[in-house]
Design a protein around this ligand. Structure first.
Ligand code: SAH
Length: 480
């Protein structure tokens, strides 16, 4: 990608881009000109792609929202190419924003910058990366070498995530609009972290179309030494492996670090059930926090095996080594339903997203309620429920409300300990980015409310989730 195409140009006071006005001499035959250009290996200077959007979209852009949907686009100066910079002007022809254009996607422009015109060149990208790095300054000491460095739109890198696992950086793309810039971005990362290995990951929807244009493949090592198997890193002094080339997300659920720390502080002397345990993150913290035992419950044998390896990696911690661990391979919905005799003192419920689309929202809320109710039924007097949701389509208010409702319906006395949201390395600056929430309830040892707990019927959602898990398993190698 040449700097010509990367450069947004210098706009005049009315926001018109001066640089974009160089055109080939019209007297030259096009073929003649393009032959010279090809021999010089440079791109034709092109007029900057210009857009106008609806009034509502203008307002949203002015308030800092980073997305422009296709249906909000009113005028377009020419057909745009994947990943090129599009400049959005308001009705008075003033510069509003500049972003990455995708001619195919419903999310047509992902905003890089709004406000005053700016030149977007390599120095600009480097400054933007440093801003994300500086935002995290002081958050982590040497005991935590796995964390998020860039969190998409909320760090000014729309549709792009960068996670660090010790000396390995995982660059995950959620939009094809980055493909033409992949080489330049990885060069900037390599200049910032010369020692690091850089692994590329593509979101599931991109994997399907990657063959038709992505310069690299999902799981490819873009820089640094090759890689077979997982990498290891530290989180709060605990050692974990991350399957960065094939695992879910970028290989580990870094977003749950602060909730794991809370669970550690609540675990002493408790029998702990970690449902949807994945690679055992919550269980290891609970074990270190002095849990009497931990049980990992997951539908995936692969995830359970990873959790077992993570336990083995931490046997130098006395409390971890002392803590008995059980692995239960089952569908969590079925297991919670069918084993009423098993009781615990702390239960973590952190399922995969139950609403991947807006239309699934209502059923997801019901399913969260059922999961909470079923988990509460397994809690001993004094037991604690930690219930999390990572569905962006279900708001924190809706999720907390349905878990509290399940607690009330259990007719047991309970108190709310805490609710949590996003950790500081996963900032969320606009509503659609806020997906993570967790609520902690303690069911008191005495004072059962009159009446017996209501049995909560299992509906069809569990089987849908099972199907989803299997589908994901095929894509991520984390299936059973
Ligand atoms: N709590 C984990 C992350 C959970 S990811 C952590 O902190 O790391 C979701 C996990 O749920 C995956 O490991 C997946 O295998 C598992 N899963 C998906 N559907 C399931 C089901 N129906 N029953 C049990 N586990 C399931």
């Amino acid at each position: 990608m040449s700097s010509t195409r990367l450069n947004a140009g210098v706009a005049d006071r009315r926001g018109r881009v001066a640089r974009a006005t160089h055109f080939p001499d019209p007297l030259l035959k096009p073929g003649f000109y393009s032959a010279i250009v090809q021999s010089m290996q440079v791109n034709l200077p092109r007029q900057r792609l210009r857009l106008r959007v609806s009034g509502a979209a203008e307002t949203a852009l002015r308030s800092g929202h980073p997305w422009v949907w296709a249906e909000s686009c009113r005028e377009q100066s020419r057909a745009g190419q994947l990943g090129e910079l599009a400049v959005i002007y308001d009705r008075q022809d003033r510069f509003l924003a500049i972003g990455l254009f995708d001619p195919q996607a419903p999310l047509r422009v992902r905003v890089l910058h709004a406000g005053k015109p700016q030149t977007i060149d390599s120095a600009w990208w480097r400054r933007r990366l440093l801003a994300a790095v500086e935002r995290r300054a002081g958050l982590f000491d040497a005991r935590t070498t796995g964390y998020r460095l860039v969190n998409g739109e909320s760090d000014g890198w729309p549709g792009l995530v960068l996670d660090r696992y010790d000396q390995t950086l995982v660059l995950k793309l959620y939009t094809a609009a980055w493909w033409p810039r992949l080489e330049e971005i990885s060069a900037i990362l390599a200049a910032q972290w010369p020692e690091a290995r850089i692994v590329l990951r593509l979101s599931r929807n991109l994997q399907r179309v990657a063959e038709t244009g992505c310069p690299a493949t999902d799981g490819q090592v873009l820089r640094g030494p090759g890689l077979e198997g997982p990498v290891t890193f530290l989180e709060s002094g605990l050692r974990f492996e991350a399957e960065v080339r094939r695992g879910q997300k970028t290989g580990f659920f870094l977003d749950q670090r602060d909730n794991r720390r809370l669970v550690e502080s609540l675990a002493r002397g408790r029998e702990v059930l970690n449902t949807f345990s994945f690679s055992g993150g919550f269980s290891l913290y609970a074990a270190r926090g002095g849990a009497r035992s931990v049980a990992d419950l997951d539908i995936s044998a692969h995830a359970l095996a990873s959790a077992q390896r993570n336990f083995a990696l931490n046997h130098d911690s006395e409390t971890v080594a002392r803590c008995p661990r059980e692995a239960i391979r089952a569908d969590a919905f079925d297991w919670l339903d069918q084993t009423p005799a098993r009781k615990f003192d702390l239960i973590i419920v952190d399922p995969p997203s139950l609403a991947r689309r807006e239309v699934e929202r209502a059923r997801a809320i019901q399913a969260y309620g059922r999961l909470a109710a079923n988990a509460i039924a397994h809690l001993r007097p004094g037991g604690i429920l930690a219930a999390a949701s990572c569905s962006a389509h279900v708001s924190a208010a809706e999720f907390f409300a349905v878990v509290r409702q399940a607690a009330r319906r259990s007719r047991r006395n309970f108190e709310e300990l805490q609710t949590t949201g996003h950790p500081p390395d996963h900032p969320a600056t606009f509503p659609e980015a806020r997906y993570l929430k967790c609520i902690y309830l303690r069911f008191l040892a005495t004072g059962r409310s009159p009446g017996s707990p209501r049995r909560v019927a299992r509906k069809t959602f569990g089987s849908n989730l099972r199907r989803g898990a299997r589908a994901r398993g095929q894509a991520t190698n984390f299936g059973s």
